[in-house]
Design a protein around this ligand. Structure first.
Ligand code: PRX
Length: 648
């Protein structure tokens, strides 16, 4: 792999000649980062122009463009209509059922967002209130997000694949007043209930979620004529938002007004509500969309395959593309619904030019075989993107050749829920790419690779990835937990004042950055972030389990797969398959089916150090079938014989 991986793919002269980005941007940004970001912020319409750029005096709490005021939704919708582009399609929405589709122009989007804003304001919501959005990929999900933005309400989108328990903890933590959902969602061709999960989450009587006043339900699957209904709390979208006026006068908010919370996994069992604000976040989403995706207004058709439940969906399905007046595809279903041709049919039908997905999907396409994409005309594609996990050079090459026909640059974009927008990526038309490397921090962004003491490591050596300068889209905190914010991101290199990303990385001899994956107890499964502690806590919540240790083991398709080792309670019966199924179900109920372990091993003991710390590194060796590393610090090195014997 290494010699192959070093092949460099320079941009073609044709692409370079028309590219939005230029090499000079790096120099300009370096010479005066604040002026550079101010220039990017002027991509947006400000009701009150800012005079300040960055205030870092209260680090690690940043303020960007603090005396400016703007309305995020106006920037994403109204201003395009005002500029005479109202008839442009904003969203080609593609439902999971094959003939279900809907095009929404910017004018229509403005009307829909205004209706939703009028209704939400009418029920008394005020700027700063939180709204939970628990929805599949329907247009109303995006309309809801934008309606919140328009009113200064802070949205908290919860991935519709999360369980009711996960929804409840997020609703309670944010004290959301409203939950917006659908009656059901399509899953591989069949409707599955969703509102029922909201009911379960919100509880009733003494157990009712205290903050929630209203549940707004979009009719999507219509699968249940007897849909349970809580009078006074539940309303249909069509009867409320649908009846509201499409005229709404927006108000401007401070640049630092909170735009959204997004919960993400950390190293403990409790998800963190990452806080993003308005002006800086939108600046970075807009700037990166324009330059990294080389967006050409009125010509490109962009498709980001992420779900709105993740940060990629926030920044590159909603705020990045729409602030740039883009036309985009939003697809509701899974890539093999009804069959493996679906994505390629969509690319062909809508003439998708720019396609942004996770490596796990690329590897899935590889497994399905090249004849599937080959059956379609994919010649509209001109740029490909990758996000969420390291892309292995083999997958990169396949993507380049089979999907991109050898002509499309690939942008491998490194970033995080916490960073708000893309941080490290090639600039298409500028950067000569090495498959597997995210290449270089974007103009305006500064990253370094350092050792435990914060000393930059030599080229070629592995270290910790840190961001040593603030950036506009950076998280402003963890909702309700200032201390955790400082501890998690800013304590490791407190002296230097750097943000610790939690990833290992190295710069190679040519200055290309290779991100090597997490160095903490966070797993990355199909580009989804799941903490080992969360899964362990779900497993031990089952009455048969005394202790659990969870690790992410290398997996050919999903990047990492979840492998669990459990010790049973004294007297609990090991019923084999039945027990394993019960434990996997327990994880689905507590977190989500996406967090179900690939493998659960019932073992007599876990490998621990004398201080009682579970040696996850050694369990990883076992799960990945390697020779064991150093076992000398273990209390009882012989536990591995027993563990191996149980795995067979
Ligand atoms: O480990 C890195 C990995 O995903 C983590 C962030 O996960 P999340 O907040 O869920 O956001 C995912 C979408 C931006 C990072 O700490 N990661 C993300 N993109 C890449 C990546 N690892 C390597 N290469 C990437 N391009």
């Amino acid at each position: 792999m290494s010699s192959n991986a070093q092949t460099v793919f320079p941009p073609s002269a044709d692409f370079a000649a028309q590219a939005n980005a230029t090499a000079a941007m790096y120099e300009r940004a370096e010479a005066d980062p604040q002026e550079f970001w101010a220039e990017q912020a002027r991509r947006l319409d400000w009701d009150t122009p800012f005079t300040q750029v960055l205030d870092w005096s209260n680090a690690p709490f940043a303020s960007w463009f603090a005396d400016g005021k703007l309305n995020v939704a106006v920037n994403c919708v109204d201003r395009h209509v005002t500029a005479g582009k109202g008839d442009r399609v904003a969203i080609h929405w593609v439902g999971e059922p094959i003939d279900d589709h809907r095009d929404i122009t910017y004018s229509q989007l403005k009307d829909e967002v205004s209706r939703a804003a009028n209704y939400l304001a009418g029920i008394g919501l005020q700027a700063g209130d939180r709204v939970a959005i628990y929805m599949p990929m329907v247009p109303e999900a995006i309309i809801s997000m934008l309606a919140c933005a328009r009113l200064g309400l802070t949205h908290s989108v919860v991935f519709a694949g999360f369980s009711s328990a996960a929804l409840r903890s997020r609703v309670d933590d944010a004290e959301a007043k409203v939950v917006i959902t659908t009656d059901g969602q399509y899953r591989r061709g069949a409707p599955a209930p969703l509102k029922a999960q909201v009911d379960e989450a919100l509880g009733s009587g003494a157990d009712a979620a205290p903050s929630v006043e209203k549940v707004i339900v979009v009719r999507r699957t219509n699968h249940d004529p007897e849909l349970p209904w809580v009078d006074g709390r539940d309303v249909w979208w069509e009867d409320t938002v649908g009846e509201a006026s499409p005229e709404h006068q927006p108000e401007a908010f401070d640049a630092e007004h909170p735009l959204f919370l997004l919960y993400t996994s950390g190293t403990t069992g409790k998800p963190k509500g990452i806080v993003h604000t308005s002006g800086g976040y939108l600046t970075q989403a807009s700037y990166t969309f324009h330059n990294v995706f080389d967006h050409k207004e009125g010509r490109d058709v962009f498709w980001c395959g992420a779900d709105i439940g993740w940060v990629t969906g926030h920044s590159y399905l909603v705020y990045g593309p729409l602030s740039n007046g883009a036309t985009e595809v939003i697809y509701e279903g899974t890539p093999n619904s009804p069959d493996e041709h679906r994505h390629f049919q969509v690319i062909e039908k809508y003439g998708v030019t720019t396609y942004y997905i996770a490596p796990t999907l690329i590897r899935t396409f590889m497994k399905w075989g090249r004849e599937i994409p080959a059956a379609h005309d994919l010649s509209s594609l001109r740029l490909l993107g990758s996000v969420g996990e390291p892309i292995n050079p083999e997958a990169w090459r396949w993507y380049h050749e089979v999907i991109g026909g050898g002509r499309c640059p690939i942008v491998d974009t490194w970033w995080q829920t916490e960073t708000g927008g893309i941080m490290v990526s090639p600039l298409p038309g500028v950067t000569a790419c090495k498959p597997g490397s995210a290449m270089r921090p974007l103009p305006g962004i500064s990253a370094n690779v350092v050792d435990d003491n914060g000393v930059p490591v030599a080229d070629g050596e592995q270290g910790y990835l840190v961001l040593d300068q603030p950036w506009p889209g950076m998280l402003r905190g963890i909702w309700g937990d200032e201390q955790r914010f400082k501890d998690t991101y800013w304590s490791r290199f407190a002296e230097q004042g750097w943000y610790f990303a939690g990833d290992g990385a190295r710069y190679d001899e040519d200055g290309a950055l290779w991100v090597l994956g997490r160095v903490d107890d966070v797993m990355n499964v199909s580009g989804h972030r799941i903490s080992t502690a969360e899964v362990e806590s779900a497993l031990v919540s089952h009455s048969a389990v005394a202790e659990a240790a969870v690790i992410g083991a290398a997996d050919e398709t999903t990047g990492q797969g979840i492998v669990a080792f459990v010790i049973l309670m004294e007297g609990a019966a090991d019923t084999g398959e039945e027990l394993i199924k019960a434990l996997r179900d327990q994880v689905a109920v507590d977190i989500s089916p996406i967090a179900k372990p690939r493998e659960i091993n019932v073992v007599p003991e876990l490998p621990k150090t004398r201080s009682g710390k579970i040696m996850r590194r050694l369990l990883k060796d076992v799960a990945e079938g390697r020779e064991l590393g150093d076992t000398s610090t273990l209390v009882d090195p012989s536990v591995f014989e027993a563990i191996r014997a149980r795995r067979g």
